[in-house]
Design a protein. Structure first.
Ligand code: SF4
Length: 250
């Protein structure tokens, strides 16, 4: 094995790789070297450093105080008609939260409540997600919450592959704009889309994976927990690993 794989040299290589990935993400977000001017992070609590962008009231644009890079993504998405779901949606659900969050939750798609309100995770499953976030010692507005699909599949059916293919580029750009330390993929579709894996969620959960150099924890979707409360214990184990990673600065 290469001696570079050991000790301080390994750490240096890891740091260089991490910086390279960060530069790549900054470039994709149109903010080269932006992290050099960002305030020093408090490990695990970057979400508390909410900027004016994050707290600004909703403007006439309806962009709701998005960070500038996120705002660009939202503008480009527009009144999207890239897949058939635009015909049946009431409102497009882009995502909400801190545009500089350390932690991003990615679900599957809006449901009826989200479709009606234009906000992610506001129904019963969303209320459970809010409880999970608060049990982690965070506030909902400190994290960022979005879905793979921005429009509701009729009758809450599963997303079709062509719908994911049409919508996923915008999720990729959202994540590149936010650059979180940890992504929590909620449920099978989110985990499969982000990890390009078809392994069962029961196999994927419980350990970190890598998404573009960002730590990604798959866990069960809150809607699954409503049907299977016994799985809450497993989700709690997963979010504890996330909390530990955030505390340690990842
Ligand atoms: S699901 Fe995504 S790709 Fe399809 S119409 Fe909605 S925003 Fe566009």
């Amino acid at each position: 094995m290469d001696a570079l794989d050991f000790g301080p040299r390994k750490e240096l290589l890891t740091l260089v790789r991490s910086l390279r990935q960060r530069l790549q993400l900054d470039g994709e977000a149109g903010r080269p070297l932006s992290y050099l001017t960002r305030p020093v992070d408090v490990p695990g609590r970057r979400g508390l450093a909410i900027t004016a962008e994050a707290t600004a009231p909703a403007g006439e644009t309806g962009l709701n105080g998005l960070g500038s890079a996120l705002e660009e993504v939202r503008k480009e998405l527009g009144e999207c008609r890239r897949c058939a779901l635009h015909r049946t949606r009431r409102r497009l659900v882009f995502g909400e939260g801190n545009p500089k969050a350390d932690l991003v939750f990615v679900g599957e798609a809006p449901g009826a409540d989200e479709d009606a309100q234009g906000r992610p995770f506001v129904g019963r499953a969303g209320q459970l997600l809010t409880k999970i976030i608060e049990a982690m010692g965070l506030k909902r507005e400190e994290v960022y919450i979005c879905n793979i699909l921005k429009c509701r599949p009729p009758g809450n059916r599963n997303p079709e592959p062509d719908e994911i293919a049409s919508c996923e580029p915008f999720l990729i750009r959202q994540l590149a704009a936010i650059r979180p330390k940890v992504i929590c993929a909620l449920g099978t579709f989110s985990s499969h889309a982000l990890l390009k894996s078809e392994a069962p969620i029961s196999v994927l959960r419980g350990r970190f994976h890598s998404y573009q150099g960002i730590r990604l924890m798959p866990t069960y979707h809150p809607a699954y927990l409503l049907r299977n409360p016994g799985a809450k214990k497993l989700v709690w184990e997963d979010v504890q690993l996330i909390m530990k990673a955030l505390r340690n600065g990842v």
